[in-house]
Ligand binder design. Structure first.
Ligand SMILES: Cc1cc2nc3c(=O)[nH]c(=O)nc-3n(C[C@H](O)[C@H](O)[C@H](O)COP(=O)(O)O)c2cc1C
Length: 319
């Protein structure tokens, strides 16, 4: 899925944002190598099959989006045994790769021993990755997604080493600590230090909003593997530009972003996946357009931000 000798561009997991309908839309741009699902929490029980299929409906379709983008399943939890069982179940259902979340900063998740909390216990990172690794077939890669640390950037060196010792095939690093949340700055240089020392591929992530950001991240980290989240949603052409610079094949030419068509795509896929209906889409669409406004690709956020219904939103967009 990700090879050390080939570049890759990955669509980031973003809970409540890059769900299956959004993955379907993002897959159409033809620039991503694969996507990672939003985290599925493994707490007191191993989720049953129907929960996996609801969370990652692509599992029922060869673990690919409608345009063929493979989807890795991300798990979050602090109990190594249950995480291993959950990973085994995900593989039985067809997961092509398992990613383990060691970065989620949400207080409720962290209070329940999941996500970034584990960055304070490096040996537990190794234990969880090792348990998951040994529970899934050899052909299924296991990866880990980390922040730089809980409150200290240099924690990444030991945490990344622990993930590698546990058997991670690659790690993804969001260049911030848990305490920093999403506040600037993002630190790409430590990602490069880890890449040099680790011997497995390291995926650089965080605050790539423009091609100029990508080039700086590439130069500072020395990475050939990247993950894009908010920037890819904010500018639908960004992933294509980055993929081209990485030397990945990108079909077709770049048409200017047709925002109504993008949004209609999300509505259509949400309904096909039975995830949302009617005016329930409005919040999601505004959330997306807010990212586009932040990225500078949508200038009329003020004109749509109070639209109360789907019809009103599209009427304001078409006006
Ligand atoms: C709303 C939101 C939800 C997220 N959910 C997840 C998640 O489920 N799993 C995960 O590993 N990271 C999650 N992240 C972190 C992203 O995957 C990514 O690391 C972060 O947004 C930085 O990358 P970006 O600047 O390209 O967006 C989330 C981020 C946001 C903004």
């Amino acid at each position: 899925m990700l090879r050390a000798d080939e570049p890759a561009l990955i669509l980031a997991p973003m809970e409540g944002v890059t769900d299956a309908p959004m993955r379907a839309v993002q897959g159409r741009c033809g620039a991503f190598t694969f996507a990672v699902s939003e985290f599925l929490r493994v707490s007191q029980q191993v989720p049953p099959a129907h929960v996996f299929l609801h969370h990652v409906p692509e599992l029922a379709h060869g673990a690919r989006t409608p345009t063929g983008l493979p989807v890795a399943v991300q798990l979050l939890g602090g109990d190594a045994g249950r995480m291993a069982d959950a990973a085994g179940r995900a593989c039985e259902l067809g997961a092509p790769a398992i990613d383990i979340n060691f970065g989620c900063p949400a207080p409720t998740v962290n209070r329940h021993d999941g996500g970034a909390t584990l960055l304070r216990y490096p040996h537990r990172i190794r234990e969880i990755v090792r348990a998951v690794r040994s529970a899934v077939p050899p052909a299924v890669p296991v990866s880990a997604k980390l922040r730089l640390g809980w409150d200290c950037i240099s924690a990444i060196d030991e945490n990344a080493r622990m993930a590698a010792e546990g058997g991670a095939a690659w790690i993804t690093i969001h260049g911030r600590t848990r305490v920093a949340g999403y506040a600037p700055p993002v630190f790409w240089k430590p990602i490069g230090r880890v890449r040099e020392s680790l011997g497995i591929p390291v995926v650089a992530n965080g605050d790539i909003w423009t091609l100029a950001d990508f080039r700086r991240c590439r130069d500072e980290s020395g990475c050939r593997h990247f993950m894009l989240g908010r920037g890819a949603l904010g500018d639908p052409l960004l992933a294509r530009g980055v993929a081209r610079e990485l030397g990945l094949p990108v079909a077709g030419s770049d048409a200017p972003t047709d925002w109504p068509a993008q949004l209609r795509g999300l509505v259509e896929w949400s309904e096909r996946y039975h995830l949302s209906r009617g005016d329930k889409h409005v919040g999601r669409l505004k959330q997306w357009l807010r990212l586009a406004a932040t990225a500078g690709t949508f200038a009329r956020f003020d004109a749509i931000k109070r639209a109360p219904t789907l019809d009103a939103l599209f009427a304001a967009l078409d006006a």
